[in-house]
Design a protein around this ligand. Structure first.
Ligand SMILES: [Zn+2]
Length: 319
C-alpha cells in the first residue's frame, strides 16, 4: 500500500499519545518494526501494527519507533500552573493559553542537544553517521571519492545544525507542574507576589480537549538529564532539562510552527474553551480574604464559571 503522507492533527495526536500501542486492539507495537498510521474505511484515524493492519484503508505513513523518548501524560494526569494574578486575568480576557517561544523561557538549555564542551564529540559522531549514509545509499555506483564524501557530509551536518537552532524559534511551550497535591514550593517559585498568587488545576485530557483543535500541540513529561553523559535527539530535546530542575516535575505542551514568525513574536496564544479547560482556580494560601473576593469578581466579569477556592495549605493545625 502506498503512503499518502496525509496527516490530520487528529492522526498526529493519535500517533503521539499511542506511541507504542495499537489504537484498535491495545496490543504493544514492536520497536523497530513498521507500525501503520492512517485511516480506516470510515475515515477515522488509526495507528496499528501487524495485528490490525487490515483495518487500514488509507496509509498515511509507516512509523518506526526505537525507544520511549519521553513519557506522555495520560488524560487523567493532574497538572497545575502557578502564576501571578495578572497572568490569570490575561487568560480570562484572551480566553486562550499562552505558549512562550523556546528561546524566551529563560533556561539557557532549552532545546539544547548537549554541553558545548562535548560538541566536537557530537559533530564527529554525526559526520561519521552521514558519511556512512552516503556510502551505503542505494544506487551508488562504486566508491564515492573522499573529497566529495567530506564535502557532502559536512553540508549535511551544517544543515542539521541550522535546523536544530531554528527549532528553538519554531517551538512554543506551555509549562505545567504535575502533582496529585498542591505544592508550597511552587507557590514560592512561580507566584512571586505571594499574597496575590493563583494557581489553576486541571487534568491533562481536559485541557487538551479545550484547546483549539486547529493548533497542533503535543504533551509530554519533561525528562531531567545529566548533559555531561547524554545528547538529546531531535524530538526529545524539546522535553529535556537539566537534572537540577527536577523539582519542577514539568509536563509541557509544545506547539510547533512550520514557519518562522516575525522575530518580535515571543509567544502564541492558543484559543481555549476556558469554562471546560480547568477543574479549579486556587487562591494563594498567603492571600487575604479581600483578594479571594477580587478573584471571584474578576472571574464573574469575564464570564468564567470555574470553581474558585482558597488554598487550604495554611489551615490552622491544633496541638
Ligand atoms: Zn491491533
Amino acid at each position: 500500500m502506498i503512503s499518502t503522507g496525509r496527516f490530520t492533527i487528529e492522526l498526529r495526536k493519535l500517533v503521539h499519545y499511542r506511541h507504542n500501542t495499537c489504537s484498535i486492539c491495545g496490543q504493544g507495537l514492536v520497536r523497530g518494526q513498521p507500525a501503520y498510521a492512517g485511516y480506516n474505511a470510515l475515515e477515522r484515524p488509526v495507528y496499528t501494527g501487524e495485528c490490525c493492519r487490515h483495518f487500514v484503508a488509507e496509509l498515511a505513513s509507516h512509523i518506526y519507533w526505537w525507544w520511549i523518548d519521553y513519557p506522555r501524560p495520560d488524560r487523567e494526569t493532574m497538572i497545575w500552573r502557578y502564576m501571578d494574578f495578572a497572568k490569570l486575568v490575561a487568560m480570562f480576557k484572551d480566553r486562550s493559553l499562552y505558549f512562550a517561544r523556546g528561546d524566551k523561557l529563560g533556561d539557557p538549555y532549552e532545546g539544547a542537544r548537549g554541553l558545548a564542551s562535548r560538541e566536537r564529540e557530537w559533530k564527529d559522531y554525526c559526520l561519521s553517521f552521514f558519511r556512512n549514509a552516503i556510502v551505503t545509499a542505494p544506487g551508488n555506483n562504486g566508491p564515492v571519492p573522499e573529497e566529495e564524501l567530506a564535502s557532502r557530509s559536512k553540508q549535511m551536518y551544517d544543515d542539521f545544525v541550522i535546523t536544530s537552532q531554528r527549532d528553538r524559534l519554531l517551538n512554543f511551550v506551555s509549562c505545567w507542574h504535575s502533582n496529585h497535591v498542591e505544592s508550597e514550593a511552587q507557590w514560592r517559585l512561580y507566584a512571586p507576589s505571594l499574597p496575590t498568587g493563583v494557581a489553576v488545576r486541571t487534568k491533562f485530557g481536559k485541557l487538551d480537549d479545550s484547546l483549539d483543535q486547529r493548533f497542533d500541540v503535543r504533551g509530554g513529561f519533561v525528562q531531567y538529564v545529566d548533559y555531561s553523559n547524554a545528547f538529546a535527539g531531535t524530538y526529545d530535546k524539546l522535553f529535556w532539562k537539566r537534572s537540577s530542575l527536577s523539582h519542577e516535575a514539568e509536563v509541557r505542551i509544545v506547539h510547533q510552527q512550520t514557519q518562522l514568525s516575525e522575530p518580535e513574536v515571543f509567544g502564541v496564544s492558543v484559543p481555549m474553551d476556558i469554562n471546560n479547560a480547568l477543574d479549579a482556580i486556587i487562591v494563594s494560601p498567603f492571600a487575604q480574604d479581600w483578594f479571594v473576593d477580587v478573584v471571584r469578581e474578576t472571574a464573574k466579569k469575564f464570564d468564567v464559571s470555574t470553581k474558585i477556592e482558597k488554598s487550604q495549605l495554611l489551615s490552622e493545625p491544633f496541638f
